[in-house]
Design a protein around this ligand. Structure first.
Ligand code: FMN
Length: 364
């Protein structure tokens, strides 16, 4: 059913403007009568951030920005869904066109700029599905015109903690001017102190909501030292490595589209994202788990991401080029790797190659 829907829809979606195609995909998910997913093999289950995750394959933030279809996404077989980025107030984002496909490179450039229906709309939807179960995290960000960006994050944690499996503090979008400055040491320390404090304050009512930090793959290693040090000292529950890159690898084929401003994702992001994940893993020293995102588009790249240090992985751009079959392909590849290795849990793979990856020449 899912395979058929996917095969019929994909050529059509590819013929459309990328943002129209995305809007249509959300509509289809809203109305498609999807069956419940087949039960995952229990060897794919992991306990991460205090959550029981049925399989490690998640959908990254930015696909379901307004929490319209989290349950449809769970039914497609994702082990967890991250909705958002949500901002406190609604905002339109940047003018269109702002989403571009680099077909020959299997890459995407976006400069959406946190187009968001705002917290009220998303909250209403998450409250309505709160009893449905499944792991649904929310990714939060600051409004572009906010006079106090830290206060935006604090209020979103307070409002969403009770209905979200986890909250991701997104300070790494390249498309909100100045947002990534929140990754600077003194600012980040204050931000995380206040965010974690807000989480503790509401925990008696909302329960223990894990707080994750999502970083850019463009940090220098010196900055990464600081960011990991602060994340550890402020006791965040995990990090997502990472967001899109403002870099443009020299070997891109779609040279004209590559000049568009925005964050690059998909296959061309993979080498940098994987390296930054491994660099983060060796600095975190198992104090908290990591989520790996960036360029996963096959079973092999998913497994390599786990071996570079990810407990969980997220996909987005890969779905555009490979379709929904990618979800099952990854799960099957992971099970095959477990069989080959005689393991009954993915735990043994997590970070197994991290040190080796950090010893490679820096990816171009
Ligand atoms: C169209 C688009 C929109 C995105 N929007 C967000 C967002 O709102 N918040 C966020 O944290 N990341 C966002 N991302 C980044 C993804 O969550 C992910 O970190 C990144 O694309 C790398 O994964 P991928 O190579 O599998 O796409 C977006 C990515 C794309 C392609």
């Amino acid at each position: 059913m899912i395979g058929l829907l996917d095969r019929l829809a994909r050529p059509f979606l590819h013929a459309l403007d990328p943002e129209d195609a995305h809007g249509l995909a959300i509509k289809m998910l809203k109305f498609a009568p999807l069956p419940p997913p087949p039960r995952d093999d229990k060897r794919l289950a992991l306990r991460v951030f205090g959550l029981n995750v049925p399989n490690p394959v998640g959908i990254a933030a930015g696909f379901d920005k307004n929490a319209e279809v989290p349950d449809a996404l769970l039914r497609l077989g994702f082990g967890f869904v991250e909705v958002g980025t949500i901002t406190p107030k609604p905002q339109p984002g940047n003018p269109r066109p702002r989403l571009f496909r680099l077909d020959a490179d299997h890459g995407v450039i976006n400069r959406l700029g946190f187009n968001s229906q705002g917290a009220d709309a998303a909250l209403k939807r998450l409250v309505a599905r709160a009893a449905a179960g499944g792991i649904v995290g929310i990714n939060v960000g600051a409004n572009k015109d906010s006079p106090d960006r830290v206060a935006d994050y604090v209020q979103l944690i307070e409002r969403f903690a009770a209905v979200a499996s986890y909250v991701t503090v997104n300070i790494s979008s390249p498309n909100t001017p100045g947002l990534r400055n929140l990754q600077q040491a003194s600012v980040l320390d204050d931000l995380l102190a206040r965010v974690v404090d807000a989480r503790e304050r509401i925990a008696p009512n909302a329960g223990p909501t894990p707080v994750l930090l999502k970083i850019a793959p463009d940090l220098s290693l010196g900055d990464l030292d600081d960011v990991v040090g602060i994340a550890r000292s402020r006791r965040v529950d995990g990090m997502i490595v990472g967001n899109t890159t403002v870099a443009r690898p020299p070997n891109l084929l779609e040279t004209a589209i590559a000049k568009e401003a925005g964050g690059l994702s998909g296959r061309p992001l993979y080498p940098l994202a994987n390296r930054m994940l491994a660099e983060t893993y060796v600095r975190v020293e198992d104090v908290f788990p990591l989520v790996g995102a960036g360029g996963i588009d096959s079973g092999a790249t998913a497994l390599a991401k786990i071996r570079a240090g990810a407990s969980l992985i997220q996909v987005y751009s890969g779905l555009v080029f490979r379709g929904l079959g990618l979800i099952a392909e990854i799960k099957n590849a992971l099970l095959e790797a477990l069989e080959d290795d005689g393991q009954d849990s993915l735990k043994e793979f997590i970070g197994a190659d991290a040190a080796a990856v950090t010893a490679e020449p820096w990816p171009k």
